[in-house]
Design a protein around this ligand. Structure first.
Ligand code: SAH
Length: 338
């Protein structure tokens, strides 16, 4: 590509000139030899340019300029077989790409962001009862354990392969946390490694939080994370949500149901665990053009089971597929007196 060569002592002046006139190419690296500096140009060669270069005591040259790391990253995510963006879990970056594209992306990522020590790629979708996913090692240190992953003022440690977790829900967890009043009794069904429960407990010291989780490994990390964040006001209950219905009947002021795959089928359990009045946050996958229908069905379902829906709102949390989104329905319910 076209560049311009200048003697070392004159490089600063030329750089300013090029920048001022929009001629410096920001996507490639400037480099230097013993006595010259080479700047990549964003303009084509022309007679005028040649003359101008000469008059400034510089020379136009054809050189292979290296792309900047930012540029490499952009190019890498444009490669066929790679999706844009990546997720950070402490020092681990997770990308979505086929093996060849993944290696290119990993190189670019590690040179742009020095905090990245490991690059993994997604090896499939979240699946099974525990909603876990496979990860394939791509570059750096072979490691699957988060270190220093922080979210909303809490730290979470876990092995990515053993339990569900996505940083993409970080904003949603913050939103819910801001709705909580201190002193509430909160039930987190499907609690995973504990992010909802621990973040709420950390911010609201008088809350009692019960976190139910089926996956033994997730529970092990949840207990570690409770200690790590000094949130003694969280109780981790290991097992199926339905097996805790009698223990926590009438318990909760607020119930969080982050299992979009089949949270609605646990609404009867949620109603039984609700106090006289409660707020329920029910996550669901839903076709984009069927949101209103889903809301109406959910309301009807709850009302059939003996609770009135006093308020209902929804928000799209994440895209899920070409036609589906993940929504959260925020409901205020009141148990009907018999
Ligand atoms: N709330 C967590 C995890 C959500 S994923 C987070 O935001 O990161 C859903 C979790 O529900 C998984 O960890 C899965 O193991 C758990 N799960 C699935 N079915 C369950 C059931 N019947 N009872 C309790 N937990 C269940």
């Amino acid at each position: 590509m076209l560049g311009i060569r200048v003697q070392k002592g004159k490089a600063e002046g030329l750089k300013k000139y090029l920048q001022k006139n929009g001629m410096l190419d920001g996507k490639h690296k400037v480099f230097g030899g013993n006595s010259f500096i080479y700047f990549p140009l964003s303009v084509e060669a022309s007679t005028w340019l040649k003359r101008k270069a000469k008059s400034m005591g510089t020379t136009l040259v054809e050189k292979d300029f290296e792309p900047t790391p930012e540029r490499m990253l952009k190019d890498a995510s444009r490669i066929e077989g790679a999706a844009r963006g990546y997720d950070m879990y402490g020092s681990i970056a997770v990308i979505e790409a086929d093996p060849a594209a993944a290696r290119k992306m990993a190189r670019a990522l590690m040179s742009v962001n020095k905090n990245i020590k490991t690059v993994l790629r997604k090896g499939g979708p979240f699946s099974g009862r525990y909603r876990t996913r496979k990860f394939v090692f791509v570059a750096g240190r072979r490691n699957y354990m988060t270190d220093g992953y922080r979210e909303n003022g809490c730290e979470f440690r876990f092995d990515l392969r053993k339990a569900f977790f996505t940083p993409r829900l970080g904003y949603e967890r913050k939103r819910i946390n801001e709705l909580v009043n201190d002193g509430e009794k909160v039930m987190v069904m499907f609690a995973g490694i504990g992010p909802y429960a621990i973040e709420i407990a950390k911010r609201h010291k008088k809350c009692r939080v019960v976190a139910i989780e089926l996956n033994k490994e997730a529970c092990r990390y949840m207990r570690e994370n409770i200690k790590l964040n000094k949130t003694g006001n969280v109780v981790c209950e290991e097992g199926d949500v339905n097996s805790f219905v009698s223990k926590y009947a009438g318990f909760a002021d607020r119930i969080i149901m982050p299992l979009p795959k089949d949270a609605p089928s646990f609404l009867p359990a949620a109603i039984r665990m609700s106090g006289q009045e409660s707020t329920i946050h029910c996550y669901q996958f839903c076709r984009q053009d069927k949101i209103n229908k889903t809301l109406a069905e959910t309301k009807k379902f709850i009302e059939k089971r003996g609770a009135a829906v006093r308020k209902m709102a929804y928000r799209v949390v994440l895209p899920y597929s070409a036609t589906e989104v993940e929504i959260v329905i925020d409901l205020k319910t009141k148990i009907n007196k018999i």
